[in-house]
Design a protein around this ligand. Structure first.
Ligand code: KIV
Ligand code: ZN
Length: 527
């Protein structure tokens, strides 16, 4: 990173949409409390604008945006709304308590969206742009207007809509690559064209919002900045619709590390990037790809002999940034069965966790149990254990015990005891393999119609005593949720992951998105 003087014209505003575009993607649902925790961290990290949700979407979304607005410190709190006045008014109500608030209102402008999705003629869309922005401006003077599917919009029409939106009072103009279709050169030209051709373009800040369908979201966003955009919309870990959005940590570090060719700056404290990544991964149960840029667990790992040799001679041989710059701590504290509570708390702090007293107690008991079974405890083991503790603290269905008979003889049989909202229930089931037997027990104890979409096992660390981490994705009613379970016993981890996903579906059902159907659980809820 260079140390050139920072000028206002090079300041890039970071608009985080982890809680809106990120949370709306299949399986990434967060609970109310998880959203608050993520928002607090984003605010502390220096995110300029937090898009906290889509208030009209559900009571749960409204409540989360409202609470985030109430607790906000420095960040502008933003809510999303379609063009309808009731959407905009609901959004205004949700963000009302924030010190600084923004309404983000959007409308499709591409021929394919106008014809098939909106079923409206361009002149009707044009009038709607004016009325939606005017309505939003009646609530706040910070209004963002997005031309949905802008990269597939006819240029003359886009210029007219952008001009009209600015005239009606939009202070930020967002040019989304909604379907992740553009390429850097083309996107650069689009932003440059708008800034040049729209007569009042100097009265608004241009923003980029790129999806990653072709793997170019970050490159496209940076090309947009090179063309004069000064706001990047992005998400932690790049989560978002389909292939996701531009990853916050990647755009920030690209500008930090290559400031010689990307001479821009942000207000982000990059040393918090790893913490943010871990928190969002734990809250959404979306694992971070091992080789993910900046925050993947291999991002600073060197395995090959040649690389290790180079690193020992000089770290810059194979590292373009130090782990510390993104908050990866190099620590010498080795955890094991002799470690006490104090060391455990210290380790948690180092890893960026802040647990409530009861969660800490539970996590410590589970850490001791793990240390009795496993020779070496790595940071990843502790992270898996604590992430699970956080993710499952509110669970209504909990695993009490599990025993499995497996082997060549068959049939494989599982005996499972669950705590279902304080009531104990036990079941014994056969299956086509031990995992099938376990899942059959869960289905017998908690009848539901959700379908298993994904079952994936990987080891958290090395060795035969490594903790297994299992991911399970369940789908119901066109939506899906993913959860993880970790345990040195793969079968226990499988049960935990399945139950984790089921618990998430129940949370979703409470918020009105149903997936767990009739059956014993339903009746205990009523009774
Ligand atoms: O991708 C998109 O077009 C969006 C808009 C709502 C900004 O997310
Ligand atoms: Zn989007």
């Amino acid at each position: 990173m260079t140390t050139q003087a920072k000028s206002d014209k090079d300041r890039v505003v970071i608009f985080d949409t982890t809680l809106r575009d990120g949370e709306q993607c299949p399986g990434a649902t967060m609970t109310h409390d998880e959203k608050l925790e993520v928002a607090e961290l984003l605010d502390d990290m220096g995110v300029d604008i937090i898009e906290a949700g889509f208030p009209i979407a559900s009571e749960g979304d409204f409540a989360a945006v409202h609470e985030i607005a109430t607790r906000s410190k420095n960040a502008v709190i933003c809510g999303l709304s379609r063009a309808a006045f009731k959407d905009i008014d609901r959004c205004a109500e949700a963000i009302k308590p924030a010190k600084r608030k923004r309404i983000h209102t959007f409308l499709s402008t591409s021929p394919v969206h106008m014809k098939y999705k909106l079923q409206k003629e361009p002149h009707e869309v044009f009038e709607m742009v004016i009325s939606q922005v005017t309505r939003a401006r009646s609530h706040t003077d910070d209004v963002e207007w997005s031309a949905e599917d802008a990269t597939r919009t006819e240029h003359d029409f886009l210029c007219r809509c952008v001009e009209a939106a600015i005239k009606a009072g939009a202070t930020t103009i967002n040019i989304p690559d909604t379907v992740g279709y553009t390429v850097p050169e083309e996107y650069f030209k689009l932003i440059a064209m708008l800034r040049e051709r729209v007569p009042n373009s100097d009265q608004a800040r241009f923003s980029v919002h790129c999806h990653n369908d072709l793997g170019m979201a970050v490159a496209n966003s940076l090309a947009g900045v090179n063309a004069g955009a000064r706001q990047i919309e992005c998400t932690v870990n790049g989560i978002g619709e389909r292939a996701g959005n531009a990853a916050l940590e990647e755009v920030v570090m690209a500008m930090n590390v290559r400031n010689d060719v990307l001479p821009y700056w942000t207000g982000i404290d990059a040393t918090m990037l790893t913490r943010a990544s871990k928190l969002v991964s734990a809250a959404t149960s979306f694992p971070v790809q091992f080789n993910k840029a900046i925050v993947g667990r291999n991002a600073f790992a060197h395995e090959s002999g040649i690389h290790q040799d180079g690193m020992l001679k000089h770290t810059q041989t194979y590292e373009i940034m130090t782990p510390e710059t993104v908050g990866v701590k190099q620590t010498s504290l080795v955890m094991g069965k002799h470690s006490g509570r104090h060391a455990f708390v210290h380790k948690l702090e180092e890893l960026g966790y802040k647990l409530a007293a009861n969660q800490l107690e539970d996590a410590f008991v589970r850490f001791k149990a793990l240390a009795d079974r496993k020779k070496q405890i790595y940071d990843e083991d502790i992270e898996a254990l604590v992430d699970e503790e956080i993710a499952h603290a509110q669970d209504r269905v909990k695993l009490v015990s599990l025993s499995v008979i497996a082997g060549t003889r068959g049939p494989q049989r599982a005996t499972m005891k669950l705590d279902i909202e304080g009531r104990s229930a036990i079941e014994e089931c056969d299956g086509n393999g031990p995992v099938d037997a376990i899942f059959n027990c869960i289905k017998a104890l908690v009848p539901h119609e959700a379908k298993l979409e994904l079952y994936q096992v990987h080891a958290v660390t090395e060795g035969t005593d490594a903790q297994a981490e299992v991911s399970v994705r369940l789908a119901g009613e066109g939506r899906s949720v993913t959860a993880r379970g970790a345990d040195p016993d793969t079968l226990v981890a499988s049960a935990k992951a399945y139950l984790g996903a089921l618990n998430k579906l129940m949370v979703r059902r409470q918020r009105g998105g149903v997936a767990v159907s009739e059956g014993r659980l339903h009746s205990t809820e009523v009774g």
